[in-house]
Design a protein around this ligand. Structure first.
Ligand code: ITT
Length: 230
């Protein structure tokens, strides 16, 4: 069994990703289980930079293969805001989902164009010895193998995966599943918000579902871990 740390403190992400990766032979560890109380500050300008920063902080502290997710909501009428600031949109330490939604709905009051998308970037750091030589040819389209990302530790391989999903922002929150902006993110095809879907249903077409399904295919192509190793 291969061990990975998922560098996150967001329980909604953990629930969703556990469902997507459940059929891989993986043990997924939390930072808390390894004595890590905080992740590096998200000072990057892009989702990928921030995902790499989070994964690198945990990789350097533990020496274990690590993946991280940086994600957020981009609203067309707000020129892509809240974007990389989604968790902290309403200020403070962030993660006040009710305050974030309130601020978003205030910003969109009277605005007709409600188009929005969720974006998820995943950064997975691995020892290069885990990678088969033909890996690049076997990677799904939205996964890249990067060897010189500025925030990745030197000599460590980086698999970067991306996913997105479009929808629109409704005026009145609906549903109690999920997290973050899910209660106001509406999908015309299912006539529901993301907060009215189970985690499995949301995974079926969400940004995170798309990004982690792609990563899952890349992980299937890795060399088997050395006996007794990580
Ligand atoms: P970690 O950094 O510990 O992983 P976080 O919640 O701070 O957790 P991000 O920095 O990636 O994660 O911020 C993502 C924010 O974007 C999240 O807090 C939500 O406000 C929003 N978001 C991302 N994915 C979402 C989803 O699937 N549903 C609803 N909101 C989402």
């Amino acid at each position: 069994m291969r061990r990975f740390v998922f560098a996150t403190f967001n329980r909604g992400k953990v629930r969703e990703v556990a469902g997507i990766l459940h059929d891989l032979d993986l043990e997924i560890l939390s930072p808390a289980a390894l004595g890590i109380a905080t992740l590096p500050e998200e000072t990057g300008d892009s989702f990928l930079d921030n995902a790499v920063l989070k994964a690198a902080g945990v990789f350097l502290a533990t020496g274990l293969p690590t993946f991280a997710d940086d994600s957020g909501l981009e609203v067309a009428a707000l020129r892509g805001a809240p974007g990389v600031h989604s968790a902290r949109y309403a200020g403070g330490d962030g993660h006040d989902d009710v305050a974030n939604i309130r601020k978003l709905l205030a910003a969109l009051r009277g605005v007709e164009d409600r188009r929005a998308r969720f974006v998820c970037n995943v950064a997975c750091l691995l020892p290069p010895s885990d990678l088969p030589r033909d890996l690049p040819a076997r990677l799904p389209g939205c996964v890249r193998l990067l060897r010189d990302h500025p925030h990745a530790p030197p000599g460590v391989a980086l698999l970067a995966a991306e996913g997105e999903v479009s929808g629109r922002i409704i005026d009145t929150p609906r549903g109690h599943e999920g997290f973050g902006y899910d209660p106001v993110f509406w999908r015309d095809d299912v006539q529901k918000t993301f907060a009215e879907l189970t985690a499995a249903e949301k995974n079926g077409f969400s940004h995170r579902g798309n990004a982690f399904r792609a990563l899952r295919e890349a992980l299937r192509a890795l060399r088997a871990p050395a006996a007794g190793g990580a």
